[in-house]
Each structure stands twice: as structure tokens, then as C-alpha cells.
Design a protein around this ligand. Structure first.
Ligand SMILES: [Fe+2]
Length: 255
């Protein structure tokens, strides 16, 4: 990254922190946060293909394909160390009891994968950083429904990064949740994210989701490739609870 683009990425990150502090969400894009210009093309080619993405029995939407990684991170002042976490098993999530495994892609062996994890973790405002934790990286390819309904993922921050979309629809939305746990009637955000765009939000403040995909005119199939990343609570991997934790619940989760 040139000095000029590093400077503008630093300014963009300051802006994202201000938005997260004020309203709990922010929309940005890959180049603005300092990802290399070839990132999207490289990631699409390397990981969003038939060898990498698998449909797992019981997963929903029924035609969704996915892969996953979990990265362990440690902050030392402004230095960030990363390593592959020892397991990616999901426990008692998405309305499915017990353990779930998904196809794993160890992203840190790829310099761009490591750059991606670093860029995302820098989006978390300094005062909200945990000294160490896990970052879940979920790669999803969907064709019809993106999620079942508005939901929460019970993680600290959720970061969506759209790599590719064929067709329209897939409008992301956030409904603010009141202190009583009710969702406000109108969304604070309703936006179709285009390839390259990034949405970060604080999970507990919103119900989130996206509308179904719509194929291009005259075509039968739509498709959306997205990375859904979670800045996890410790209970997700580091202090696993035996039973599902409560949240505002709303049927299945997206992850
Ligand atoms: Fe979700």
C-alpha cells in the first residue's frame, strides 16, 4: 500500500469508528479500508469454487454452499498477531443442537487471507477491542434465499463483505432493537450491497438479514458470494457454554 493510500485508509477507519460509536453500523468498501485492488478477484478465484464450497446437510438455505475458518488473534498495543484457531466446530447454533463442522479453509497460509483478517479486525474501535479473541470467517454462496428471517448471531460485531452478485435483491437490512428487546418497525439501514462493499455492525443492537436474490431478467439463476465474518464473544470458541445462550430470538441464524 502506498503512503497516500495508507493515510486515506487510516482516515476511513477513523470515520468507521465514529459511525460505529454513534449509530452502531457503517458501510465502507474494500479499497477504502486498505485491501489491495486485486483482493476480490483473487479471493473469488481461490475460494469461491466448487472444490472449496460445500453444501452441508441440515444447513439452511437448502441450496447454500459454504466454507469456514476461525482465526485466533492477539492484540499487543497496535500490533496484531494471528494464528489458525485449533477448531472451527460450531456448538448449539442456528437452532441446531450439538456440534457442526463445515469445510475449513485455512486462510492465513495465504498472504491476502491474513491481510483480510487484519483489515477487518482494525475496523473494531480501539476501546472495543478484546486483548485476544477469535474471528470467524464464513464464505457463503447463495442462489435464492440469503437468510430465513431477521435474526442475531450472538457475536460482538458482524462484518459482511460482498465479493460478487449476479442478479438483484439481497438487500441487507438492520432493525434497531429496543431496550425491551423489540425490533423497531422501520429499518435503520436498507441497502443492496454491491461487490466490494463492506457492512459492519454491532450485533446486539440490531436484527439483521437480507431479502431473497432475484435472477437477472430472462435468466433462471441468481448468485451471491459473500464473506460473513464475526468478531466473536469468548463463549463462542474460547469458553464454550454447554447450552445455547439466549438472545433475541428469531428462528434460525444466518451462520
Ligand atoms: Fe446473520
Amino acid at each position: 500500500m502506498s503512503e497516500k493510500s495508507a493515510l486515506s485508509a487510516a482516515e476511513e477507519i477513523d470515520h468507521i469508528w465514529a459511525l460505529l460509536r454513534r449509530q452502531g453500523y457503517a458501510v465502507t468498501d474494500d479499497e477504502a479500508i486498505g485491501l489491495p485492488s486485486q483482493f476480490r478477484e483473487h479471493f473469488s478465484r481461490a475460494y469461491f469454487n466448487e472444490e472449496t464450497l460445500k453444501h452441508d446437510e441440515g444447513d439452511w438455505p437448502i441450496d447454500r454452499k459454504r466454507a469456514r475458518d476461525v482465526i485466533r488473534y492477539y492484540w499487543f498495543d497496535s500490533d496484531l498477531e494471528l494464528e489458525e484457531h485449533d477448531r472451527i466446530t460450531i456448538m448449539n447454533r442456528a437452532g441446531i443442537a450439538g456440534e457442526r463442522e463445515h469445510h475449513r479453509i485455512p486462510l492465513l497460509k495465504d498472504a491476502l487471507g491474513a491481510a483480510f483478517a487484519r483489515a477487518l479486525l482494525h475496523l473494531v474501535p480501539e476501546e472495543r477491542r478484546q486483548p485476544d479473541g477469535t474471528l470467524g470467517v464464513n464464505m457463503f454462496r447463495t442462489y435464492t434465499n440469503v437468510v430465513e428471517s431477521p435474526h442475531q448471531d450472538n457475536e460482538e460485531f458482524i462484518i459482511l463483505y460482498v465479493l460478487d452478485r449476479i442478479g438483484s435483491g439481497a438487500t441487507s437490512y438492520l432493525y434497531e432493537v429496543t431496550a425491551d428487546g423489540d425490533a423497531m418497525p422501520t429499518p435503520v439501514l436498507e441497502q443492496q450491497l454491491n461487490p466490494g462493499q463492506v457492512l459492519i455492525f454491532e450485533d446486539k443492537r440490531f436484527l439483521h438479514g437480507a431479502t431473497p436474490l432475484e435472477p437477472p431478467p430472462g435468466e433462471a439463476t441468481a448468485r451471491r458470494d459473500v464473506l460473513v465474518c464475526t468478531v466473536d464473544y469468548r463463549a463462542t470458541y474460547l469458553e464454550q457454554a454447554p447450552e445455547p445462550r439466549c438472545g433475541i430470538t428469531v428462528t434460525r441464524r444466518g451462520i
